[in-house]
Design a protein around this ligand. Structure first.
Ligand code: PLP
Length: 362
């Protein structure tokens, strides 16, 4: 990225040499991201991140009178977009999940109407890491000829992504969840899938996303995709999974009245969401932060809002248990030593905070 931040400022749409240099860097990144998703380079649209990709997929696909299906545990970038469509004359169904946070493909099938235009379901949940059966849903979408969008923001780099295997027409990734810069992302748009662009403007990105390309950011996303493919080949998810499992069992051996949200569901390798009774999650987040452990008590995207997480509530957790839940995530460079420290810190802080609240209650 460095040359494009410090020395080479060509616009990738210009025909002069500086412009063409930028263009070739953008196209190389497009080829890397397309290999990462198992698609053609022309099927990649670069965006400003997961939120824009989700919005482009949803608003770009649906018109008043259409019907859209999604789930209660989606990221707000999907849920709020779908709700907005509801205010504009689109029929919407937000399908429930079970107590393990999983959507049943049969519920999707049973909710399909003659005017169902779009199904939007995430691959991995951002708060719990729980995986949805997207391949099974993709087969249902294909059977009924319905457009299928998958928000794969949290799966990218942790699972091999293959748009044909999933059977989706649209798939979202976000740079900052895979070691690329914040404010970068992409939407896979299957060939032949017509999308109404979000922005009016130039003909960039094959008329699907107007606006001068963020060359440095796109180069960063391409490199991150290349590194993620290398990590997948070299067993990074397996390493993360064994460290994540050690983290969970280490904490649960030391702390009573605690458990894993969605512990019986298939989950992505790097995320855990733990509940602790008799505890305010936000107090724990602050106590851990003071010791250098960065965690969150709800989705990071909605931190600062102290409403219990919509994802945990959708799984049937009480407000108290949802508020007493903590999300920890690892990345592919997390070390054994950091996990040992995290086990020690979380268990000692939980015990201490519970002691304090017992004393205060007296
Ligand atoms: N979708 C999911 C599942 C996410 O976790 C996030 C961000 O955390 C987004 C969408 C939004 O992505 P961005 O922050 O790049 O806009």
């Amino acid at each position: 990225m460095r040359p494009f931040l410090l020395e080479r400022f060509g616009n990738a749409s210009s025909i002069h040499q500086e412009g063409q240099h930028a263009r070739s860097a953008v196209e190389r990144a497009r080829a890397d991201v397309s290999r990462f998703l198992g698609c053609r380079p022309a099927e990649i649209v670069f965006t400003s991140g997961g939120t824009e990709s989700d919005n482009l997929a949803i608003f770009g696909s649906v018109n008043p009178g259409d019907h859209v299906l999604t789930s209660t545990v989606e990221h707000h970038a999907v849920l709020h977009a779908v709700r907005k469509l509801g205010e504009r004359g689109v029929e919407i169904d937000v399908l429930p999940v079970n107590d393990q946070g999983v959507l049943a493909p049969d519920d999707v099938r049973n909710a399909i109407r003659p005017n169902t235009r779009l199904i939007s379901v995430m691959m991995a949940n951002n708060e719990t890491g729980i995986l949805q059966p997207v391949e099974a849903i993709g087969r249902i979408a294909a059977e009924f000829g319905i457009r299928f969008h998958v928000d794969a923001v949290q799966a990218a780099g942790k699972l091999k992504l293959d748009v044909d295997g999933i059977g989706c027409h649209l798939l979202t990734i976000s740079g900052h969840k895979m070691h690329a810069p914040q404010g970068t992302g992409a939407l896979f748009v299957r060939r032949g899938t017509r999308l109404e662009p979000l922005f009016a403007g130039g003909a960039h990105e094959r008329q699907r996303r107007a606006g001068t390309e963020n060359v440095a950011g796109i180069v960063g996303l391409g490199k991150a995709a290349e590194c993620a493919m290398e990590g997948l080949r070299n067993g990074a998810p397996e390493r993360m999974r064994s460290l994540r499992d050690k983290l969970e069992s280490g904490i649960l051996q030391r702390v009573t009245d605690a458990g894993i949200n969605g512990g019986s569901a298939p989950r992505v390798a790097n995320t855990t969401n733990l509940w602790f009774d008799h505890l305010e999650g936000e107090a724990l987040v602050i106590a851990l932060d003071l010791h250098g452990l960065a965690v969150s008590s709800g989705a990071a995207c909605s931190s600062g809002v102290s409403e219990p997480s919509h994802v945990l509530e959708a799984m049937g957790l009480s407000k108290e248990r949802a508020r007493g839940s903590l999300r920890l995530s690892l990345h592919r460079h997390s070390s054994e030593e950091e996990i040992d420290q995290a086990i020690q810190l979380v268990s000692s802080r939980v015990t201490r905070l519970r002691e304090v609240s017992t004393v205060m209650a007296r």
